[in-house]
Design a protein around this ligand. Structure first.
Ligand SMILES: *Cc1c(COP(=O)(O)O)cnc(C)c1O
Length: 378
């Protein structure tokens, strides 16, 4: 049997919740389950405003609208990320400016940010790669001194923190994804969070096609109308019903993912000692939410042979991002603000191992044994 890189999960409550939403005759957005999801995040993340949206991409687009960008404004971000991090700002008329990543966490190198700032810079978008925090103290300090917004791409960072603060709640706004490849999933899905009351108020409007419909439903205005820019970013309550069933088993999911992550980390330690690979590095001030287990090889050729070896044994071990600065759209719409040598090297040498909640111990062991067979031959 093949072992895929990822496999989505659901439980008995998933079906029960969806049927309940259907029988309640409210399947459009902002029904009972969307409200339950909003409260869950407000309570569990200690954040003032949490709004369910249809994807992590939508959360980033919403944040880009709230940033009130003008054509040519610049937004600093890593190149080693998913295209949506940049796309959301390109669609808002801004120019993403890429800086290189740190060799240890593979997060934006905070020491390269200041030299990429120009009079047009408006925001910094730190991406918490693999759920491990960027160096937020330094980033927040730079943002304060230069009067820049910080929009956290916390798509992979559910349940992770930096010096005790939950990721996504440190900057001005935070964006999460519930795509089926993330720790907490609803097929597609996302969340926008903020502690700033002005952004919270405007986010509610932008998410509802630029209308003040949410205020109308709360009885705060006597009719609703088009008041701002906006789009339809809210998902059906059926998605919220799915998501709520997964949130309720979040501690189990996190515990199991960490267990698998630790098995991989222990099994490959000896190969790191021998200098063949390097395992993820989690700085002391960061937590590990076990979103991803990756290894870095020393060169592209070894990685290519590893992926082929695993594929021959029907195990999916994909590489990750093609740097955005070298992608066709990245070259048209963005510019680079630093040397990109770490990004280029990591893009060539990183590989991800299968890691999902329902993965059996037998399958974890098969991945380890198959990988070790290759590594021992090096
Ligand atoms: C998954 C992801 C996104 C996009 O989320 P979707 O829900 O797929 O739109 C954005 N940024 C990063 C870093 C991601 O990992």
């Amino acid at each position: 049997m093949a072992i895929n890189f990822n496999s989505p999960t659901y439980n008995d409550d998933t079906i029960a919740n969806i049927l309940d939403a259907l029988n309640g005759r409210h399947v459009s957005g902002d029904g009972k389950y969307t409200k339950l999801v909003h409260s869950w995040f407000q309570n569990n993340m200690g954040v003032a405003s949490a709004l369910l949206v249809h994807s992590g991409t939508a959360a980033l687009e919403l944040a880009a609208v709230l940033a009130s960008l003008h054509p040519g404004d610049e937004v600093i971000m890593p190149s080693y990320t998913f295209c949506s991090t940049a796309n959301a700002f390109v669609m808002a008329g801004a120019v993403p400016v890429f800086v290189d990543i740190r060799a240890d966490t593979l997060n934006i190198d905070e020491n390269l940010i200041e030299s990429a700032i120009t009079p047009k810079t408006r925001a910094i978008v730190p991406v918490h790669y693999a759920g491990v925090a960027c160096e937020m103290d330094k980033i927040m300090d730079i943002a304060r001194r230069h009067n820049l917004l910080v929009i956290e791409d916390a798509a992979q960072a559910f349940d992770s923190s930096y010096r005790g603060q939950k990721l996504g709640t440190i900057g001005d706004m935070g964006c999460f994804s519930f795509h089926e490849t993330k720790n907490i999933m609803s097929g597609e899905g996302g969340l926008f969070v903020t502690n700033n009351p002005a952004y919270a108020e405007r986010a509610e409007i932008v998410r509802e096609k630029g209308t003040n419909r949410s205020k109308f439903f709360r009885g705060q205005v006597d009719k609703y109308t088009w008041v701002d820019k906006g789009s339809s970013y809210l998902p059906s309550d059926i998605i919220a019903a799915y998501l709520y069933s997964i949130l309720n088993v979040a501690p189990d999911i996190q515990a199991r993912r960490k267990e698998i992550w630790n098995k991989y980390n222990d099994a490959f330690a000896e190969f790191e000692t021998r200098g063949i690979i390097r395992r993820p590095i989690i700085p002391d001030e960061c937590t590990n939410n076990a979103h991803m287990f990756y290894v870095l090889f020393n060169d592209l050729d070894t990685r290519t042979r590893f992926i082929a070896h695993m594929r021959a044994h029907e195990i999916g071990t994909p590489f990750h991002y093609i740097p955005l600065h070298s992608a066709p759209a990245g070259m048209s719409y963005c510019r680079t603000g630093s040397d990109m040598s770490v990004t280029n090297r990591v893009s060539d040498t990183l590989v991800r191992l299968p890691l999902y909640y329902d993965m059996s111990d037998t399958d974890v062991q098969r991945v380890i044994d198959t990988a070790c067979e290759f590594l021992q031959g090096l």
